[in-house]
Design a protein around this ligand. Structure first.
Ligand code: GLU
Length: 446
């Protein structure tokens, strides 16, 4: 049995009941063959076995009281996955489906994603099975404070720097950062995604969506094409979708479909200008249904319980959550002439959907490369905090653009060097992996 196959078996046996983690590990390891063959030292020093095991996992209880005085107990985690190239870095997710498998998959992906940014950040991820939907502001604050009352002892600006993710936005980061500061009596850059008045970076909220669009632009340029004139469908209407909507419009693309958990909205006139503002307004009102959009704009139609992947578009950007785009969606996209799929969420396409795209030779960008603009801008926030300085919007945007171009080029070059030009999955995995592997080798057996 090959080295890779034996490590995959080992991961499955050792981590029963963790399907998302198995999926993420398989997706990476199955593309590493050329790098492993060319560098026997990785096997000799058991690099893969060490990489598939998080360095540390903290699991803790978070008790909190609701507005009626009833006590609830959530389970929370911080997976400190890999610190070979920098302090653990990655978001915190509050969602009822958060469990160890989901957070280990996210921490694993984050390690390679952060490596691709070229900034010195290791990989981590955390969260809790808390559902912020329908909770009052006071309940959310009490939960964040109770969460931080334990987490604070495990993080630090040079140890582990959390940020937001699904269910954790500027408000939650503010509450968690505030409580951290109170406990440790230290005003320091321990969180990213902070408010602008207390160390946050311009562009951070829209950075993931901007970065995905810049990445898509680079892929199209390589083919002699451009974003202008292309039709886009995206899922979700949170922060990532907001950044995407702005930048797609800026670059002359036409966004015609967005979605929420209740269904999708099709607006053939294009979702731009005040419609994008309304999308944000809807989301900020605590509403996670997109149906209201059609009440406001008569050019749009709402399709209850359906996904935007049935609409004919040139580019599809899944931006909501893991495994949201399945094999039937992939076949629909291919049938309708979709030319490119770019993952804005983490692992949004199922392995079977990926196979459909591969067989159809569709241009495909994996999330760990395409959506790295969010964490890259977090890295820029860390730099600004260390310097005690704030860059202008233009300065941050320029750095973000050049980081995204760098990620694109290193993934493309790695795909070429390993005999699969244009395979961004293989290229991103090998480029991200190599840097971490080399750092681990250099630091000895720790
Ligand atoms: N949660 C985001 C991600 O998946 C951002 C993490 C960060 O900024 O640390 O990459």
């Amino acid at each position: 049995m090959s080295y890779i196959a034996s490590v995959l078996n080992f991961v499955k046996d050792r981590n029963p009941g963790e399907p998302e983690f198995h999926q993420a590990v398989s997706e990476v390891l199955l593309t590493l063959e050329p790098a492993i063959k060319a560098n026997p030292i990785y096997e000799k020093y058991s690099i893969l076995e060490r990489m598939v095991e998080p360095e540390r996992i903290i699991i803790f209880r978070v008790p909190w009281m609701d507005d009626q005085g009833k006590i609830h107990v959530q389970r929370a985690y911080r997976v400190q996955y890999n610190s070979a190239i920098g302090p653990y870095k990655g978001g915190i997710r509050f969602h009822p489906n958060v469990n160890l498998s989901v957070l280990k998959f996210l921490g694993f992906e984050q390690t390679f994603k952060n490596s691709l940014t070229t900034l010195p950040m290791g990989g981590g991820k955390g969260g809790a099975d808390f559902d912020p939907r329908g909770k009052s502001e006071a309940e959310v604050m009490r939960f964040c404070q109770s969460f931080m009352a334990e987490l604070y002892r495990h993080i630090g600006p040079n140890t582990d720097v959390p940020a937001g993710d699904i269910g954790v936005g500027a408000r939650e980061v503010g509450y968690m950062y505030g409580y951290y500061k109170k406990l440790v009596n230290d005003f320091t850059g321990v969180f990213t995604g902070k408010g602008l008045s207390f160390g946050g970076s311009l562009i951070r909220p829209e950075a993931t969506g901007f970065g995905v669009t810049y990445f898509a632009q680079e892929m199209l340029r390589k083919k002699g094409e451009e974003i202008a004139g292309k039709k886009f469908a995206i899922s979700g209407f949170g922060n990532v979708a907001w950044g995407l909507a702005q930048k797609i419009n800026d670059l002359g693309g036409k966004l015609i479909a967005i979605s929420g958990p209740d269904g999708f909205v099709l607006d053939e006139d294009g979702i731009s200008g005040e419609k994008v503002d309304y999308m944000v307004e809807l989301r900020n009102s605590g509403n996670d249904r997109v149906e209201d959009y059609v009440k406001k704009f008569s050019s749009a139609k709402f399709f209850a319980g359906r996904r935007p992947w049935e609409v004919p578009v040139d580019v599809a950007i899944p931006s909501a959550t893991q495994n949201e785009l399945d094999v039937a969606d992939a076949k629909n996209l291919v049938k309708n002439g979709c030319k490119m799929v770019v993952e804005a969420a983490n692992m949004p396409c199922t392995p079977e959907a990926l196979e459909v795209f591969r067989d159809a030779k569709i241009l495909f960008a994996p999330g760990k490369a395409a959506n790295a603009g969010g964490v890259a801008t977090s890295g820029l926030e860390m730099t600004q905090n260390s310097m005690r300085y704030n860059w202008s919007r233009e300065e941050v945007d320029e750095k973000l653009q050049s980081i995204m171009k760098g990620i694109h080029d290193s993934a493309y070059e790695a795909s070429e060097a390993n005999g699969a030009p244009g395979d961004y999955v293989l290229g991103a995995n090998i480029a991200g992996f190599t840097k971490v592997a080399e750092a681990m080798l250099a630091q000895g057996l720790i």
